[in-house]
Ligand binder design. Structure first.
Ligand SMILES: [Zn+2]
Length: 419
């Protein structure tokens, strides 16, 4: 069989594996609470809170979607015309057109052009968040964060680009197989290593002070069978008034991280409720599910790109001879951008189901749906969420159930537990 034949077979196997993982590991049997319960929850929320959340989301929306559209147009313009190939050539010229310069500098240049053209939308978003009092960060701090994340992406991109184009040179017929394995490995690595490396770049963590809350959270984790090494407080207030908590690390390095804003805004019982939700993710191995899905998806994407990349009209449009050469990087980015837009809503749907399961876990662990509901109200109020967002926006990108869905789920849980 030819490499192309093997690629078709591999792609079929990967897609099948993705479907199996999606069906088996995502809790599909947990549909949202009835709409009538959600509307009842919405009526119980203070009208000014709902209005303020909706006003913020409406103010953010034009920038968000225009930015998305501009990013897409730039990616298509660079990838489906010879412009991207020319940009890569330009980046390699000072270095005698060496392939490494084209691969690394050219690749970073392509990504940077898209980043810079969408930068005004990121700045606009920051100005809206500041106007609504959600961001506590000045433009100086915002710029420093931006430069940090550019630097971080440039380092990751340089490693990936160099690795990828080394493989396409060494194995011109079979690069897709190594590329797929490499992409899957990279997803695993980024999902476990990156949080540990990246978190300290943006935030400072201090152990939570000894006291009843720390004791309660540690005991909660132990009772849940998810022992944690430490309970840390992140100095999120440097950047935002939004509240959050999460569990990161695996096994012996697992730790609970609570935003300092959460400690300031919420009652200890509510903090416990949030942490119980996060423990649910750890207990149900949601990070593993996400990582396995991501790794299979990345491998499938590489094989699909190889197959698409042998389509001559596409290559001719981009002015390149092969998808495997550095000059074709913009074409790769364009294809990945389109695939990402299609995959986004599917990912969001799976994420919402997983989040609903963590919510149920939190209520079962604390046995306190009333506090869970109170916490959801507070979360929506502090984070200025739209408690019941427009259906299309929800389906397009909501990673969590809406506030009214979560409140309705809490009421359903209380009803069932009381029976
Ligand atoms: Zn969650």
């Amino acid at each position: 069989m030819t490499p192309r034949g093997w690629a078709v077979l591999t792609l079929a196997a990967l897609v099948l594996a993705l479907l199996v993982v999606g069906v088996l590991l995502v809790p599909w049997s947990r549909p949202p609470a009835p709409r009538s319960d959600q509307l009842a929850a919405l009526r119980d929320l203070p009208a000014d809170q709902v209005a303020r959340g909706r006003a913020l989301q409406a103010a953010l929306r034009p920038g968000r979607y225009t930015g998305l559209a501009v990013g897409l147009v730039v990616a298509l313009l660079l990838g489906l015309t010879p412009l991207g190939a020319r940009l890569v050539e330009l980046a390699g010229r000072p270095f005698g057109d060496h392939w490494i310069a084209r691969a690394v500098l050219g690749g970073i240049a392509v990504v940077l052009v898209a980043d810079l053209l969408t930068l005004p939308f990121a700045a606009w978003r920051q100005s809206v968040l500041t106007r609504y009092g959600l961001s506590t960060q000045g433009w100086g701090g915002w710029t420093v964060d931006l430069l940090k994340s550019y630097a971080l992406s440039a380092v990751v991109a340089a490693v990936v680009l160099l690795g990828f184009y080394t493989v396409t040179r060494l194995a011109p017929r079979w690069w897709w197989a190594f590329g797929a394995a490499g992409a899957a490995g990279l997803v695993v690595l980024l999902s476990f290593v990156l949080p540990v490396l990246v978190e300290p770049v943006f935030n400072r963590f201090t152990p939570m002070a000894q006291g009843p809350l720390r004791t309660e959270l540690t005991a909660l984790a132990a009772r849940d069978g998810v022992p944690v090494r430490d309970v840390l407080v992140a100095d999120a207030s440097r950047r935002t008034t939004a509240v959050n908590a999460y569990v990161s690390g695996l096994g012996p390095t697992r730790r609970v991280v609570v935003y300092d804003t959460l400690l300031r805004e919420a009652t200890p019982a509510e903090v416990t409720s949030v942490v119980a939700h996060e423990l649910g993710h750890a207990k149900d191995r949601d990070v593993w599910t996400g990582t396995v899905t991501g790794a299979l998806g990345a491998a499938a994407a590489v094989v699909a790109l190889y197959l698409l990349g042998s389509w001559t009209p596409l290559l001719r449009r981009a002015g390149v001879d092969s998808i495997a050469e550095p000059r074709a990087f913009a074409l790769l980015v364009a294809l990945v951008t389109v695939v990402g837009l299609i995959a986004g809503p599917v990912q969001a749907l799976m994420s919402r189901r997983v989040e609903a399961r963590a919510d149920a876990h939190a209520m079962a662990l604390t046995g306190d749906p009333a506090t869970f509901e109170a916490m959801q109200r507070r979360l929506a109020g502090v984070n200025l969420a739209d408690p019941d967002p427009p259906r299309w926006a929800y389906l397009w990108s909501a990673s969590h159930p809406s506030t009214v869905e979560r409140m309705a789920a809490a009421r359903a849980y209380a009803r069932e537990a009381g029976r």
